[in-house]
Design a protein around this ligand. Structure first.
Ligand SMILES: [Zn+2]
Length: 198
């Protein structure tokens, strides 16, 4: 069978250029309440891409405090294809919470630089993390449809997730485009690595 193909846009900037764009962006928490954690997530995304994984990063907040920042580790240092940034952050949190039966997950907020995939959304529903915000959703990408990934989850997950907020971050469109460009720098190579494993 032929190797399947998914086509993505060519990135217009490399990581160095995108890092400079991020540095020169003045964050505007009055106008966009999620600029701060969005910038952290994109910086972590660049770190993930440079390490050889899909360039997605994120952070975790308890109330308004950032308690963890991390990256996708799906492709590097070796293939652990469950370790998307969201999974890495929730693993870290659940290890910290350990046997706390009522950790008040509603008070935690997960930020990620890219819209979570269905695997991560299932985990988000199981974990009951109160809010998830993603910097960028590419409505033009091959995996995106009219509905968000969260809206397309099977019914059982929709019930599990019915009290959760899963939405695009309220951040500047400048940051959304930087997040998209960061991701585009990594996605072709990583998808090819997955197909090569077949
Ligand atoms: Zn994922």
């Amino acid at each position: 069978m032929d190797k399947p193909e998914i086509h993505f846009d060519e990135p217009k900037f490399n990581y160095e250029e995108l890092e400079l764009q991020l540095q020169s962006y003045e964050k505007n928490p009055q106008g966009f309440q999620h600029d701060g954690p969005s910038i952290i997530s994109i910086k972590q995304g660049i770190r993930a891409g440079r390490a050889g994984s899909v360039a997605v990063g994120g952070c975790l907040l308890h109330h308004d405090n950032v308690i963890a920042e991390n990256i996708s580790k799906a492709n590097m240092p070796y293939h652990r294809l469950d370790l998307h940034a969201e999974m890495v952050l929730l693993n870290e949190l659940e290890d910290r919470l350990c046997d706390n039966k009522k950790p008040g997950m509603r008070n935690y907020t997960l930020f990620t630089s890219q819209e979570p995939c269905p695997m991560c959304l299932a985990r988000i529903c199981f974990s009951q993390v109160g809010k998830t915000y993603y910097v960028y959703r590419d409505a033009q990408s091959p995996e995106a449809g009219e509905l968000t990934n969260f809206e397309r989850m099977p019914e059982g997950f929709q019930i599990l997730g019915s009290r959760l907020v899963v939405e695009e971050a309220d951040c500047s469109p400048v940051l959304k485009e930087i997040a998209r460009q960061v991701w585009l720098n990594s996605i072709d190579g990583c998808v090819n690595e997955w197909f090569e494993r077949y």
